[in-house]
Design a protein around this ligand. Sequence first.
Ligand code: KG4
Ligand code: ZN
Length: 342
Amino acid sequence: MLYLAFESSCDETAVAVVSSPEGKDEFTVLSNEIASQVDVHAKYGGVVPEIASRAHIEAISALTYKALSDAGVTAADIDRVAVTTEPGLIGALLVGVNFAKSFAYSNNKPILGVNHIKGHVAANYVSGPVKTPFIAFVASGGHTSIIKASSHTDFETVGRTLDDAVGEAFDKIGRRMGLNYPCGAAMDRLASEGDPEAFKLPAVHMKDGSFNFSLSGLKTHVINMLNTAEMKGESVDIRDVCASVTAVICDSVVRQLNECVKRYKVDTLLAAGGVLANSHLRAALTEFCRKKGLDLRIPPISLCGDNGVMIAAAAKYEYEKGRYSDMSLDGRPSSKDDWKSY
Ligand code: KG4
Ligand code: ZN
């Protein structure tokens, strides 16, 4: 089966062609086109929704032609269309949804709406069979969730951030230190040169027995600390700030995941989302899973950020359960609790 998948929920327009035989956990990525708007938004210090929507419109047609031609296929060869419908910036989502619907309608192909977070998790399906049930940890610029999955398609959120997402905290703290948006990758590099114990920072896991996170306390603490130092004319080594922030986040994530795998008695842990490009978090999760004998799956860095391949991979398992959308398919800024976007 040949999948054409679209992703436009935030600041990346992405189109991919992926081949996967029916009923088998095998994937061949034939093309994976991504037009990033990061440079456009960097000067505003964050994503400007209106600009994002316009940039998606400018990019999506040419990107689709390129995805098809790089894959060596034509529109007629596509068997199934998939598109991110939620959660995300509504104007941005609607560009992908409308384009995908037009493609499906004019080429007489089936279409399926896919949840973006399910997509991030599904980036792990591409690199080999994944055993179920599993616990998934997703951390990106807009989302931080712990999910209990009983199958590749049946998800239940068991933990989430109550305020800022992990990537958002990196971006806001990084911006205060004068780094360019998005700041995660730069903070990752700087953290490698700093002392993770230089500052005592508040943990980001909730201590109420839930699997939730709260990052606004950490963010405010660090920003106040930087403001105070500035007022006193003291210098702060931002490498130490990056290392300490990263260490406290990694520690809290590992603690919550440890409790979660114990509670649900699973031995497979999937991690995904843009923040999983973080070398320290990857190392912390690898060490944790090695100690606990857990099977850890993290996508290659190229599939951690937003992409179309992950949307195709999620759609495959939904389609194979007989799930289809129709031409009333719409976008939604937030997810429904039942995880169904079709
Ligand atoms: O998944 P993604 O590409 O887009 C969303 O769905 O939000 O995630 C983007 C987020 C940004 O907040 C960015 O700063 C963060 O991922 N990020 C990182 C790293 N690379 C990207 N955070 C920490 N370390 C990194 N190496
Ligand atoms: Zn994302």
